[in-house]
Design a protein around this ligand. Structure first.
Ligand code: DLL
Length: 432
């Protein structure tokens, strides 16, 4: 079912008209209410009247995470606090969190885009949706929660973690949909196996997985082990949270709710717009948000856009599965490496588990990439020779696909820490 047929299947011209009107309003709004936007625009001699159509968006300055931090906590809100009904924040690894505020209308819009996303994923009113994203300042839990209620399906607000309880409720309540990170989905599958529960005996049929990058091979693995259709959902707290985009049942790119979030792809070095189909950094402008509208936000996520009509009937532009973040990209002796590429190689091999950790060290002036990877129980052998052969196979596969050498350390199953939230795949010990 398409939740909002008129919008989700509208023709390009109509969509651009909506985007133009909304962008003009948003620019006016931030110019008159947020000092930092006004200052940035004045610096380049731009006034709101210069933005006459969506195509003028390139004239506007970019916004970075640092802008939000510099204006911590509420400096970029465009309404008085009396209009803000909810706050969320993303923790980040360093410094202050990034805080976002929602008005009542913002929350309604967010529910709408999550409901659209659930419909894209093939979820309907009769489904029981177990929301295993964290509830709290993180947007995952509450975002999926209200979208599910708005659809009229049943929500199980269990939040993240407590795997045994998750499994008990999957079983007892007959949850047909699970929403969690893809790495946690794999963990769930692992525990099910340990408990001797056949995933096929549960009612589970759809998984709404996001909040971290995951490869196509990981999708196959999850679908196979958990017996669900694995749908990719994308979002970030600065823009709204989950529901910025989501895959439909075709699983061929995530439809962006572009009547609310206008996407661009730019070259991360030159910041110039790139033509359709080119991979670059995704940039978003919110065009309906009231609490904290964001102009040209640099997500650091790398992907490409596809404007062709989807087989599902939607015309909303699609973004490809994220390759990774530009700031997660490792440059190892000059070669660009994404953790997702290593993940893909590992998942193509039957001997390894999809649990791994990359540790980068600098010895002298030389970077070394160490890969710790779990070996499947049945391949974990006491025979050193067997293990040496396996290490060589992994090293060779990575060398031939990525063109870099890695030091592989094989570890027993369940050595690498499991998390119910975003998985940590990289430790960079280089002091550069
Ligand atoms: O992760 C919101 C979310 C919750 C999305 C639940 C999907 C499901 P943040 O914590 O602000 O928000 O992190 C945003 O996570 O810029 C991406 O780098 C990454 N990310 C989110 N979804 C995906 C995805 C939530 N489907 C950051 N694929 C983003 C790859 C993703 N990366």
């Amino acid at each position: 079912m398409i939740w909002n047929e008129t919008i989700e299947s509208s023709d390009r011209e109509q969509m651009q008209q909506i985007q133009t009107e909304r962008l003009i309003n948003t620019v006016r709004r931030v110019y008159h209410n947020v000092a930092s936007y006004r200052r940035k625009m004045q610096e380049i001699g731009l006034i709101p009247g210069d933005i006459k159509s969506i195509d003028d968006i390139h004239k506007l300055p970019f916004t970075n995470k640092s802008d939000l931090r510099d204006n911590y906590p509420f400096g970029m809100f465009t309404v008085p606090m009396s209009e803000i009904v909810r706050l969320h924040a993303s923790s980040g690894t360093t410094g202050k969190p990034t805080v976002v505020g929602y008005t009542r209308n913002d929350l309604n819009m967010w529910s709408e885009v999550v409901t659209r996303s659930l419909c894209m994923a093939g979820v309907h009113k009769n489904d029981i949706v177990q929301v295993a994203y964290g509830y709290g300042l993180f947007t995952g839990g509450l975002g999926l929660h209200y979208g599910t209620e708005n659809l009229g399906a049943t929500v199980v607000p269990i939040s993240g973690g407590n795997t045994k309880k998750q499994i008990q409720l999957l079983n007892d309540f007959g949850s047909s949909v699970i929403a969690c990170t893809p790495s946690y989905a794999l963990h769930l599958a692992e525990v099910l196996r340990e408990l001797g529960i056949e995933p096929g005996s549960l009612k589970l049929r759809v998984g709404i997985f996001g909040a971290e990058p995951w490869s196509e091979n990981m999708r196959k693995e999850i679908e196979d082990k958990l017996k669900v259709k694995a749908i990719d959902i994308y979002g970030l707290s600065e823009i709204v949270g989950p529901g910025v985009s989501c895959e439909c049942e075709e699983q061929d790119g995530m439809h962006i709710n572009e009547d609310h979030f206008y996407p661009e792809i730019v070259d991360p070095e030159t910041l110039q717009p790139l033509p359709e189909g080119k991979i670059g950094e995704l940039v978003f402008t919110t065009i309906t948000k009231e609490g904290i509208p964001i102009i040209r936000y640099r997500t650091r996520d790398l992907t490409r856009l596809n404007y062709s009509k989807c087989k599902c009937g939607r015309t909303l532009v699609r973004m490809e599965k994220c390759l990774g973040r530009s700031d997660d990209m490792l440059i190892i002796r000059g070669v660009n490496v994404f953790p997702s590429q290593i993940e893909s190689v590992l998942l193509e091999m039957s001997e390894t588990e999809p649990h791994y950790l990359l540790v980068v060290e600098r010895e002298g002036n030389l970077d070394t990439l160490n890969l710790m990877v779990e070996v499947q129980e049945q391949f974990f052998s006491d025979e050193i020779k067997q293990l040496q052969l396996l290490r060589k196979k992994i090293t060779d596969n990575i060398q031939s696909t990525l063109g870099i050498s890695v030091q592989v350390k094989l570890v027993e199953p369940k050595t690498i820490e499991r998390t119910s939230g975003k998985a940590k795949r990289v430790i960079d010990n280089r002091k550069i």
